[in-house]
Design a protein around this ligand. Sequence first.
Ligand code: C2E
Ligand code: MG
Ligand code: MG
Ligand code: MG
Length: 272
Amino acid sequence: NIEKANKQGFTIYDEQIAGKYRRKSMLRTRLEQAISRQELRLVFQPIVRVPVDNSRYYEVLLRWTLDGVPVPPDEFIPLAEQSGLINSIGYWVLDQACQVIRHSCQCGQPLMLAVNVSALQFQQDEFVPDLHELLERHQIPAALLQIEITESVFTVDKNILIDKTNQLRDAGIAISIDDFGTGYSSLSVINELHVNKVKIDKAFIDKIGQGGMPVLHAIASMSQSMGWEIVAEGVETAEQVQILTAINIHYMQGYYFSKPVEYSSLFPFTHE
Ligand code: C2E
Ligand code: MG
Ligand code: MG
Ligand code: MG
């Protein structure tokens, strides 16, 4: 009896692994066709200034709907990175974002958009030339486009990093370090880079009121002396807003203000 149960246990385990593997390879295949099948779209989450001003500043977040079912970015972005598809997908996202910015300028309500860029795409030789080409083709000011890179970028060769960030500075495109505090940031490297902002990861915001203040204070004062602007990510409560404001963190993003919204909500007063 026991033997039978064990055997069954192993079978179930094997099937779980096999199932995961099958899903991965299915997703990888389908992701190759996702752009041409128009299964990808962008949503937009406001980054607000507190006290609220009238700026229009959003982060661009990618969505994939496969056979009517959403596949979360935390599942498909790693697959896209493993297969190298991230370069074409990342270019598509930037191109779409630039189109949105152009449209916003044309209707007199300019938007500033921050686009997430994978470390893999960031280190490509074509990355900065591609950005120049996009700004030129869509005829938009560089100041309206920003990029977000996570700390995984710090695994890239230091000289390449310094080079790229300088090129972006020269191009007038601001850089944020996303999910700051959770990854591989090396203070000696980050010190040599041109960085405009850090986005404090939600994990730190969640700990406000649970002993998380010392670290938050430390990040805030380091950012101040480094000349980085700070954005707090994943802000969900009024209490968090009040405490962040009190320690001079004025840019915030999170469900307390808004979940990501569809394109149509960006231009409520125009009908096309
Ligand atoms: P991220 O760039 O750090 O984006 C923040 C994530 O937190 C988003 O999840 C957003 O919907 C979610 N979020 C925002 N506010 C709150 C909140 O108050 N509470 C909670 N629980 N969550 C909140 P999403 O859209 O699922 O994206 C996950 C990650 O996938 C992103 O993290 C980013 O690293 C990656 N990603 C998304 N779009 C792209 C893209 O176009 N290119 C690349 N390379 N990565 C992307
Ligand atoms: Mg981001
Ligand atoms: Mg983040
Ligand atoms: Mg993240």
